[in-house]
Design a protein around this ligand. Structure first.
Ligand SMILES: [Zn+2]
Length: 242
């Protein structure tokens, strides 16, 4: 008797837990496009593990133009060079004319044409991710510009103040090479030369010669070189031997 009570309690708990799981699984999933939640006039429906969403909302959110053919219950969607064709109740859809098998075909629910979200999104070049924790289907499409808070990139406002940062001059990694010493051309005054002589003598000397030191400045005669001196009739001093 006790055992039966325990068994039935456990079974009851399992039953309740299963109901809970089932209700979570059947809750209408959230659908986001590039992080922005899409709102549908008819809630998304899960059938055989596939999510169906209202046709117009999903196609227009993904930037596709749609044409509806009443005669054949067929929707044709165009986006750039992509063409998607879906017929209500048909197991085969077409992308750019190529057949694609659908697990769950498009169908009418509550007077709304519902189309398989993953097929439509992927056919139009978007990625579809399912987050079980938040029961969210996240569609990511590069070609869609969504204005929403998450998309606002903080813009760094330029300040009117001039930058207070000091300009750091780059330091050369190699030590600068010493500049070759520029030899200034020596300006030789007309009163100087390699040798000096006196107008009162016929000897020429090194300027350092003690006899050269004795020559009065007004009598100095300067020679560029020995040839110059000799050309003027001078002979080398016997002391300094120029
Ligand atoms: Zn001399």
């Amino acid at each position: 008797m006790k055992m039966n009570f325990l068994k039935s309690t456990v079974l009851m708990l399992i039953f309740l837990f299963t109901l809970l799981l089932a209700s979570v699984a059947q809750a209408a999933p959230k659908v986001t496009l590039n992080g922005n939640q899409l709102s549908f006039d008819v809630s998304p429906t899960i059938e055989n593990g596939r999510t169906l969403v209202p046709l117009r909302t999903i196609f227009e959110a993904l930037g596709a133009n749609i044409d509806w053919d009443d005669a054949t219950n067929t929707v044709t969607a165009n986006k750039a060079d992509i063409n998607v064709r879906l017929q209500i109740g048909a197991q085969t859809a077409y992308k750019n004319g190529g057949p694609v098998n659908l697990d769950v075909p498009a169908k009418i629910i509550s007077d709304r044409t519902m189309v398989p979200l993953r097929f439509v999104s992927e056919a139009l070049g978007a990625d579809v991710n399912w987050d079980a924790n938040t029961q969210t289907i996240a569609i990511v499409s590069n070609g869609i510009v969504v204005s929403q808070k998450n998309d606002i990139v903080p813009i760094v406002q330029p300040t009117n103040k001039p930058s207070q940062l000091p300009v750091v001059q780059p330091v050369p990694l190699t030590t600068p090479q010493p500049q070759p010493t520029v030899v200034e051309p020596e300006v030789i005054p007309v009163t100087t030369g390699q040798y000096v002589g006196s107008t009162e003598s016929n000897k020429y000397h090194y300027p350092s010669c003690r006899y050269a030191q004795k020559i009065k400045s007004e009598n100095e005669i300067w020679f560029k070189n020995a040839a110059d001196a000799q050309a003027h009739g001078y002979i080398p001093c016997g002391v300094c031997k120029p």
